[in-house]
Design a binder for this molecule. Structure first.
Ligand code: IMP
Ligand code: MG
Length: 172
């Protein structure tokens, strides 16, 4: 029985992440950049992305939960771990694995606005449109995917599959 099918290969991902890093480096040349990864899903994407960002920056992490164990977002966001660097007056780039309903990122936009950041942009590995409930401007994204439940390259199902080097669609 096939558990998952490859949607994007490791090579395709690598190439695209390099392009994103280049674009971000050009746009943040004169800025005070703090890259904030959203745990846990963004840890692999972030680690590749920052290695292709050539401008000086700092890295921090935030953790929120909206999911629990199933494939549907509960819509209720809980802050589990806040950032530790002082982001006031800084240019924050939020790095997310996948934007689905948009609930997480619209909550985080408000959260960072309240901290008085100078600018806030979003970089998502995957922009998934099927279930968007809140309008969010995704400033940079790796790939657009219409639908399906995706795993690999950091994305999980019940904390499994994060280690797959390709992006896959879960079939079970
Ligand atoms: P949103 O709040 O609905 O936009 O959901 C964002 C979060 O849901 C992401 O950070 C993921 O952790 C999770 N998520 C949404 N779609 C998928 C998927 O296809 N695979 C794995 N996780 C997903
Ligand atoms: Mg996530």
């Amino acid at each position: 029985m096939v558990e998952y099918e490859i949607v994007l290969s490791e090579e395709q991902i690598k190439k695209r992440v390099k392009e994103l890093g280049g674009k971000i480096s050009r746009e943040y040349a004169q800025k005070n950049l703090i890259v904030v990864g959203i745990l846990n899903g963004a840890f692999i994407f972030l680690s590749d992305l920052v290695r292709s960002i050539t401008v000086e920056h700092r890295i921090d992490f935030i953790r929120v939960s909206s999911y629990g164990r199933n494939k549907e977002s509960s819509g209720i966001i809980r802050l589990i771990k806040d950032t530790e660097l002082d982001v006031e007056g800084k240019d924050v780039l939020l790095v997310e694995d996948i934007v689905d309903t948009g609930n997480t990122l619209s909550w985080l936009r408000t959260h960072f606005a309240e901290k008085g950041v100078s600018s806030l942009k979003i970089c998502a590995f995957i922009n998934k449109n099927e279930r968007r409930a809140q309008r969010v401007d995704v400033d940079y994204y790796g790939f657009e995917v219409e639908k399906g439940f995706l795993v690999g390259y950091g994305l999980d199902y019940g904390e499994r599959y994060r280690n797959l080097p390709d992006l896959c669609e879960l079939k079970t």
